[in-house]
Design a protein around this ligand. Structure first.
Ligand SMILES: Cc1cc2nc3c(=O)[nH]c(=O)nc-3n(C[C@H](O)[C@H](O)[C@H](O)COP(=O)(O)OP(=O)(O)OC[C@H]3O[C@@H](n4cnc5c(N)ncnc54)[C@H](O)[C@@H]3O)c2cc1C
Length: 568
């Protein structure tokens, strides 16, 4: 008897096969803008389904290693990475995944919507990047920080062109050294000290506990200028060259040696993101240049420019991973047979996948909206967008991070036992998803940030007006949907008023996560409604099912089963 071997078809082309992505681009870019982006997107999708899928597998199978000493005992602290990781690095540069929003041509073509195009690139690139999407996020954050007018022009001119280079030979990425072992969420406990040197540069001394992209050419490190007060407000961002080639103190050292004073203690042995080198790094009088004047309070606000960018990238990674998980699971269900038929024809399995498709659509809209706002802030200097982004960035990050983990668990289960077997590549969906609610702010830490935005910065106003406008848009589509959103909006308005009246009440603090999630779910409904009102049938269905699932807490299995093909 011959052995049964399960055929596993590859998932569909991630650009051609993603109707919601394409209609979203059509709406936000207009037909001409979308046409201008198509070549880039199709090229990247072709790379993703071909060489990058292989590079991804290679990078996952060959995690980075730290070589501490050379054969003669000299300390070298070299991080060796795989060919797959290098291929991902080159592709990120070539496809302008970081660079696009900074390129004058691209800004000329798409204006503020240049970030919408970048989001589409990330949506395609991220899921099979072996988490090179993480260095991409931090490089983008560093580029945004370097672009601020209060950063010294000489520093900007030296580093920004390298971060946004589309030539793999010159492009670099950046790390972000914030977390210390005594505090990641609580940055006020940071103990890295900065001391000015005679020539205007600084020297940093301290210990950084979680440094991803530890192989990157530079990092943005938070440090407290010597003598500055306690707490987080006086922390300031500094640029630290990671290698001797860029450090003026590196007399006679090999170009690829660590910059003097930068020591890689060890690489973290992590649950996931295994291809990504994450290190513990010690700084002893390491050369650094300030990003803005460290003597002027506001350094942390400058650093938040970077954090907002990495948070919206995190949302893009979550949404992109969910969409790719769905594509894997649907392809597998077409090929797998159970109970005398294709798994894909089982009403129960279809309902499971349809429900996941609703979540993927919601996460996509939430991440996409955050990028659209970011573009309006950066290119259009739009104060309304800035006010809304203040709350949308943490909401998008926290809600998509949680959805990504629950969805990834379902995707693993949808492969049965094969989903638990390492070399199918499926288990990493769950491992890699689990970092999304942790780094750049855990769910609870972001929920507290949302509370601050509501109570100190009146961030509820732009949010509630978007919800109210969406109620009107929903009315002609579906009175039931409009009523559901109207009820949720009224309840949120009452809650925000109560929270603002007494922000430090224990009930308010204890309820912060619940409130943030309710806000995110209502906002997602509104975003899907907006897209539906523009004329997208898939968004209309997703809006109705999302609202029933997340605002009314109803079972949507039957509709999800019937409409799986339209949902994605
Ligand atoms: C794979 C990976 C890569 C990373 N890469 C980087 C990197 O490149 N650079 C970098 O700087 N950091 C990085 N980090 C660190 C990450 O940002 C921190 O781990 C995260 O911010 C949480 O901080 P912490 O570890 O100190 O946890 P803690 O802050 O100690 O959190 C522990 C728990 O306490 C909760 N908590 C904390 N504060 C509060 C509060 N005020 N109220 C209620 N609950 C609270 C949290 O929600 C969490 O559940 C990385 C982490 C991971 C897992």
């Amino acid at each position: 008897m011959s052995r049964f071997v399960q055929p596993v078809p590859p998932p569909a082309d991630p650009y051609a096969g993603d109707a919601l992505l394409r209609s979203w681009l059509e709406r936000h870019l207009g037909p001409a803008g979308h046409a201008a982006a198509k070549g880039r997107l199709a090229d990247l999708a072709a790379d993703v389904t071909g060489p990058l899928r292989a590079a991804h597998a290679d990078a996952e199978a060959h995690p980075p290693t730290l070589i501490r000493y050379d054969p003669w005992g000299a300390r070298v602290d070299r991080i060796d990475t795989s060919a797959g990781w290098q291929a991902q690095r080159a592709a990120a540069a070539r496809h302008a995944v970081v660079a696009l929003p900074y390129l004058p041509d691209a800004r000329g073509t798409w204006g503020a919507a240049v970030r919408v195009v970048q989001h589409a690139l990330l949506h395609l690139y991220g899921p099979e990047s072996a988490t090179f999407s993480c260095p991409v996020a931090m490089a983008d954050g560093a580029a945004a920080l370097l672009s601020l007018p209060d950063v010294d022009a000489g520093v900007r001119d030296a580093w920004l062109p390298r971060l946004i280079s589309t030539d793999p030979a010159t492009a670099i990425t950046s790390g972000q050294w914030m977390t210390e072992s005594q505090g990641g969420s609580d940055l006020g406990r940071s103990s890295t000290i900065g001391r000015p040197a005679a020539d205007g540069s600084w020297r940093l001394t301290g210990e950084k506990w979680f440094c991803s992209a530890a192989d990157a050419a530079m990092a943005v490190a938070l440090a407290r200028p010597e003598g500055a007060g306690r707490g987080s407000r006086m922390l300031a961002p500094f640029l630290v060259p990671r290698y001797a080639v860029d450090s003026p103190l590196a007399d006679g050292l090999a170009a690829d040696a660590p910059a003097p004073g930068v020591t890689v203690h060890r690489l973290k042995d992590k649950l996931g993101t295994r291809a990504l080198p994450t290190a513990e790094i010690g700084l002893r009088d390491a050369y650094a240049v300030p990003l803005g004047d460290p003597a002027v309070p506001g350094g942390l606000v400058r650093a938040m420019t970077l954090v907002v960018v990495t948070r919206v990238h995190n949302a893009a990674a979550a949404a992109g991973g969910m969409r790719r998980g769905l594509a894997y699971a649907r392809a597998y269900a077409d090929a797998r047979h159970v109970a005398g038929g294709a798994l894909a024809s089982s009403p129960l399995h279809r309902a499971t996948l349809g429900t996941l498709a609703v979540d993927a659509a919601g996460a996509f809209a939430l991440a996409g909206h955050a990028f659209a706002l970011l573009g309006r802030v950066e290119v259009g200097a739009d104060p309304q967008a800035a006010a809304e982004l203040r709350i949308v960035a943490p909401l998008a990050k926290l809600a998509t991070g949680r959805l990504a983990v629950s969805s990834a668990s379902e995707y693993v289960e949808s492969f049965g036992g094969a989903g638990y077997v390492e070399d199918t590549g499926v288990p990493r969906l769950l491992r890699d998803a689990q970092v999304l609610p942790i780094w750049e702010g855990t769910t609870n830490v972001l929920a507290l940030d949302v509370l601050r935005a509501l109570t100190r910065e009146d961030a509820g106003t732009p949010l509630l007006s978007r919800l109210a406008a969406a109620v009107d848009l929903a009315r002609p589509l579906s009175p039931g949907l409009a009523d559901t959103l109207a009820t949720a909006t009224a309840q949120l308005g009452d809650t925000i008023a109560a929270v603002t009246a007494d922000p430090s009440a224990e009930a308010v603090l204890a309820g912060a996560r619940g409130l943030a999630l309710r806000l995110a779910y209502a906002l997602t409904t509104a975003l899907l409604v907006e897209h539906a009102a523009w004329g997208d049938e898939q968004a209309e269905l997703a809006a109705r099912l999302w609202a029933r699932r997340w605002l009314r807490h109803e079972e949507i299995a039957e509709d999800a089963h019937h409409h799986l093909d339209l949902l994605g």
